[in-house]
Design a protein around this ligand. Structure first.
Ligand code: PGA
Length: 248
């Protein structure tokens, strides 16, 4: 299974900043063929990014999508529009969307289905808050997010990102043991839903991934890549992450 390293830029970078990043980043990663590299700029930079990425293997992702194809939905962007702008993937269900924009499990499910229908790959995020972890509800929360979020969703072109909310942007990473424990639970839950097709689903870890901690996290059996926020904003730092040391 090919590792997937995805940058989530969140609400950062103008068009010139996006183009400048890509110009610096592409030469650094030109010889990396065994890792799928994805960058997710804000909507406004997608088209410029896709033009700048032409001829490279680096894939483009959006950070959200709406489920309708077109019409009177002021401010929204459809799956077809993302494809048209050059996207291969879309991140759905990020905890910041869930927390600030009311993307609940049902909304997340609709968005995933619409994205798949249009032919976009999906990076589906799940994860527990600190309070949920401390009260012993981690597996309940993630189980529910997966069950409802992925209800009726195909295992094909699906990537899962486990992002403990307490580790996002806090500098507090999950330990290897904590990450592996939840990733194994996610794998088991996916197996119940998809059978052997679950073995091919990549499960990324996200939450304060850095060049310093990436090797250890990627060595965990059920960790198949990373979703990286803060440390993906500089080409050098994201390059160090995508060129992590694989165990031989
Ligand atoms: P972080 O963000 O790497 O800055 O913690 C990860 C994410 O939210 O995808």
């Amino acid at each position: 299974m090919k590792y997937c390293m995805a940058a989530n830029w969140k609400m950062n970078k103008t068009v010139p900043e996006t183009v400048e990043f890509i110009k610096a980043f592409l030469p650094m990663v030109k010889d990396i063929t065994d890792v799928e590299i994805v960058i997710s700029p804000p909507f406004t930079s997608l088209y410029a990014a896709s033009e700048s990425l032409k001829g490279s293997d680096v894939k483009l992702s959006a950070q959200d999508v709406f489920w309708e194809e077109k019409g009177a939905f002021t401010g929204e962007v459809s799956p077809g529009m993302l494809l048209d702008a050059g996207c291969r993937y879309v991140i759905i269900g990020h905890s910041e969307r869930r927390q600030y924009f009311h993307d609940d499990d049902t909304v997340v499910n609709k968005k995933i289905k619409a994205a798949h229908k249009a032919g976009l790959g999906v990076i589906f995020c799940c994860g527990e808050s600190l309070e949920e972890r401390e009260s012993g509800r981690t597996f309940d929360v993630i189980g529910r997010e997966i069950q409802t979020g992925l209800e009726g969703v195909s295992a094909e072109d699906l990537i899962i990102a486990y992002e403990p909310i307490w580790a996002i942007g806090t500098g507090k990473t999950a330990t290897k043991e904590q990450a592996q424990e939840v990733h194994a639970f996610i794998r088991k839950t996916l197996k119940t839903a998809y059978g052997s097709a679950a073995d091919a689903i990549r499960i990324l870890y996200g939450g304060s991934v850095t060049p310093e901690n990436v090797d250890g996290l990627m060595a965990c059996q059920d960790v198949n890549g990373a979703l990286v926020g803060g440390a993906s904003l500089k080409p050098e730092s994201f390059y160090k992450i995508v060129s992590f040391k694989k165990e031989s």
